[in-house]
Design a protein around this ligand. Structure first.
Ligand SMILES: CC(C)(COP(=O)(O)OP(=O)(O)OC[C@H]1O[C@@H](n2cnc3c(N)ncnc32)[C@H](O)[C@@H]1OP(=O)(O)O)[C@@H](O)C(=O)NCCC(=O)NCCS
Length: 397
């Protein structure tokens, strides 16, 4: 039977969920099918069919991503990507990716982004790694916050249900533009997360929400009683802090949870100040470090003029044969097509790595992803593109 392709319709939703679960190795319950519906726009799902059966999917969210300097870009966040095991390596992802990227271009979104299940899939489609995910572990029995950072009592409290939802939404609206790479989240998105986290996951408990005036933390616990030597595992699902007081107070609370042994997380940014707050900085161990979000720059001028740069300069970048002059600095930027000799020569995927300011041009050059006119151009490029704080995204999409 020939494979056919089309954009999804409302009536496809349950079958999309079934095919998505099968692609990733689980099965949606009817409640999960219903719960996921409000945050997904079926008109952004591209499907491949063998007869009546869905055999491949590429979905997308309509999001806005923060760029260096605090500006935002409309972004197509690709998601729910899978091909049935019976139809893999026949070009179905390639076909659906092209349809989805065409749709992103039609909608006028200057950038596409995604988080990858495996590192070998997406560079061929023009995506470059722009942020990192760090796995961390702290044995709380061995460490505390240094006394000078310990907060006043009563700055952190537990919240539930609608109170948690209101608090998280309010904090998120102030937080998500503070770090490049982060995205906006709708109220429906926060509600979806809250409802999803209300159920236990595997051996982990349902989640607990801690609130500070300028932050929140969400965690689950896995009980480990160990015959009278309790050492529960605590998994931090989110920790959002707008101020350093909120950061210290939330970590102080987490480190003080009795019966817990090790606290793990996958979202502590690489430049997080936590080690400086601890009685032993080595206690924050990095257990994994890998690619976070992948960026595909669709509209070079829109993307490169939306962000701010580390120093005032003008760099001409050749991207797949088109030359772009980026004139920018800490206060503003412009980008336009030119014919002049380039300072840097690269491709779309590597430009994606540069967009959020977390990847050194000199590292891309050493990795044969970028050529510089000379050493001075590379030194200028490092100073120009890098940003602080390091870009990071703790929203899973
Ligand atoms: C990843 C996945 C969607 C690929 O789908 P597919 O329809 O087999 O992909 P295509 O046939 O279009 O492959 C396109 C190219 O990517 C390569 N490729 C595909 N999957 C790859 C992988 N996991 N690792 C490395 N290369 C991969 C193919 O070899 C092919 O290369 P070629 O053009 O040089 O021949 C599919 O393997 C899958 O469903 N995996 C499980 C779910 C998953 O991980 N989804 C991704 C979530 S981010």
């Amino acid at each position: 039977m020939p494979i056919t392709f089309r954009t999804a319709e409302e009536s496809d939703w349950a079958a999309i969920c079934y095919a998505d679960g099968r692609g990733f190795g689980f099965a949606y319950t009817p409640e999960q099918v219903e719960r996921a519906r409000p945050i997904h726009d079926v008109s952004r799902f591209e499907l491949a069919f063998d007869g009546k059966e869905i055999v491949a999917i590429v979905g997308a969210y309509s999001l806005n991503v923060t760029v260096p300097g605090g500006g935002q870009l409309p972004m197509g966040g690709l998601t729910w990507v899978s091909t049935a095991a019976t139809h893999r390596r026949q070009g179905l992802l390639t076909r659906l990716m092209a349809r989805s990227i065409d749709d992103i271009d039609r909608r006028g979104e200057p950038v596409a982004m995604l988080g990858a299940s495996e590192g070998g899939i997406y560079e061929r489609f023009g995506f470059g790694v722009a942020t990192q995910v760090r796995g961390t572990a702290i044995d709380r029995r061995l460490v505390q916050l240094r006394p000078e950072f310990q907060p006043r009592r009563g700055t952190v409290r537990f919240v539930n249900g609608d109170d948690a939802l209101r608090h998280v939404g309010e904090v998120w609206s102030r937080f998500h533009r503070l770090r490049a790479g982060e995205v906006d989240r709708s109220d429906a998105w926060h509600r979806f997360l809250l409802e999803q986290r209300a159920s236990p996951q595997g051996t982990m408990s349902s989640s607990f929400y801690l609130a500070h005036r300028d932050g929140f933390a969400v965690y689950r616990i896995e009980e480990q009683w160990n015959e009278g030597r309790p050492a529960h595992n605590l998994r931090v699902l989110e920790l959002v802090a707008i101020t350093s007081d909120a950061h210290a107070a939330l970590w102080h609370t987490l480190l003080g949870i009795d019966l817990v042994g090790v606290i793990t997380s996958r979202l502590v940014p690489i430049d997080d100040p936590l080690p400086y707050l601890l009685t032993d900085p080595r206690a924050l161990q990095t257990t994994a470090l890998y690619d976070g979000v992948w960026v595909n720059v669709r509209d070079v001028a829109a993307c490169m003029s939306a962000r701010r740069y580390g120093v005032a300069d003008r760099m001409v970048v050749d991207v797949d044969g088109e030359r772009w002059a980026i004139e920018g600095g800490p206060d503003g930027a412009a980008c336009r097509r030119v014919r002049t000799r380039p300072d840097l020569v690269t491709d779309r995927a590597s430009l994606g790595s540069l967009l959020l300011g977390g990847v050194r041009p000199s590292a891309l050059a050493a990795g044969r992803r970028l050529d510089a006119r000379n050493r001075d151009a590379l030194r200028r490029a490092d100073a120009f593109f890098l940003t602080s704080p390091v870009p990071h995204c703790q929203t899973m999409y």
